[in-house]
Design a protein around this ligand. Structure first.
Ligand SMILES: NC(=O)c1ccc[n+]([C@@H]2O[C@H](COP(=O)([O-])OP(=O)(O)OC[C@H]3O[C@@H](n4cnc5c(N)ncnc54)[C@H](OP(=O)(O)O)[C@@H]3O)[C@@H](O)[C@H]2O)c1
Length: 320
């Protein structure tokens, strides 16, 4: 595994990181979750991305991670970069959602208890909350770092103009924003156009989530919707998102990947890593076999102009 510095910081992240949004909850197989985490670490994936609400049930991905850490990885704590976040709805009432100081600090404390960690390496404001002044949210991040509950601060899903305000506030308070986390893949390119340049200008890192469009930029759905796939769960990805047009487009991308000697999943990861300023790509996986393929995405990240043009043409007009 190769590593890249996150913006101008001294923090290096693996080209491919592993996210715990799906498949690490209390409803999922613990053994499978543990095997994926240990496989990833063995392959040099030092960064694991969590959030307070990952599960289901919310909070249970942090419990799963905490158990694996306790039982298998604790001796390696200092070799790991573990992130968590608060921003989306987590508990009832006005203090369990958004960007208030109350929510971020209470949630960070809860996340530390669930994982059993003394500190997170990165703690994120998970989203921009228009009802809370940015200064309040950012000061909460500054204080989380200053109190030793996290080493670095990050932001996620902020519109570009608000992103700049975050960078300015955090830099002025000597806790520079180490990284921004945004949805980005071969089809969903908006954040690469809007947020990545702001991150680069400010010397901040950029990490992409849903690089495989939740499985659609792989061979997962080329021959229908397999039992147990994310689309069958119908929450964040629905069967209607796998339209015949999407399958046709994916088949063409799959052919291009084959010409490059890659699987489509590998090409999707590689395409993101080919962007200047992208620090890392957070993949999801439901098995070690998937993860194995996704990690290979870091192996060939060079694209010809012709290949890039073909990809752009194939995905034009699609949303993911
Ligand atoms: N900051 C945020 O707001 C935010 C939002 C979303 C995600 N994230 C982060 O980003 C991480 C990744 O997001 P994501 O899970 O949407 O990423 P993704 O990599 O786009 O999708 C992962 C899913 O695709 C399928 N898949 C993965 N590898 C495959 C392969 N090689 N072949 C076939 N199918 C494959 C699996 O679904 P099946 O279940 O069908 O096997 C897997 O669960 C999350 O865990 C989280 O850490 C952050």
């Amino acid at each position: 595994m190769n590593y890249r510095f996150s913006g101008n910081s001294g923090l290096q992240l693996p080209l491919v990181s592993l996210g715990l949004w799906h498949n690490f909850g209390s409803v999922d197989s613990y053994d499978n979750a543990r095997d994926m985490l240990l496989y990833a670490f063995d392959k040099g994936v030092t960064h694991f991305d969590i959030a307070n609400n990952y599960g289901p049930e919310p909070g249970s991905a942090e419990l799963t991670f905490g158990r694996v850490l306790r039982e298998n990885l604790y001796a390696h704590r200092d070799e790991l970069i573990i992130s968590s976040k608060a921003g989306y709805g987590m508990w009832d009432g006005p203090y369990g959602d958004g960007g208030s100081r109350k929510y971020l600090i209470a949630s960070c404390n809860q996340s530390l208890r669930r994982t059993g960690l003394e500190y997170f390496d990165i703690f994120y404001s998970h989203r921009y909350d228009p009802q809370t002044p940015i200064q309040e949210t950012m000061q909460a991040l500054v204080d989380i770092v200053r109190s030793g509950k996290a080493l670095y601060a990050g932001i996620s899903n902020y519109p570009a103009d608000k992103q700049q305000e975050c960078y300015d506030y955090l830099a002025a308070h000597d806790v520079p924003c180490v990284i921004g986390q945004y949805k980005a893949n071969m089809v969903a390119r908006q954040t690469l156009d809007e947020n990545l340049p702001v991150a680069r200008k400010n010397g901040s890192g950029f990490i992409c989530f849903s690089p495989l469009a939740q499985g659609r930029l792989t061979d997962r759905y080329l021959n229908g919707i397999p039992a147990g796939s994310r689309a069958t769960k119908g929450v964040f990805l629905k069967p209607e998102n796998i339209s015949p047009e999407v399958i046709q487009m994916t088949k063409k991308l799959n052919d291009l990947a084959a010409q490059r000697g890659q699987t489509l999943a590998e090409m999707a990861v590689a395409w993101l890593l080919a962007h200047e300023g992208v620090t890392s790509v957070i993949v999801g996986a439901s098995s070690v076999q998937q993860l194995e393929k996704n990690l290979r995405g870091a192996d060939n990240i060079v694209f010809s102009d012709e290949e890039l043009k073909t990809i752009s043409k194939l995905v034009h007009g699609f949303e993911m």
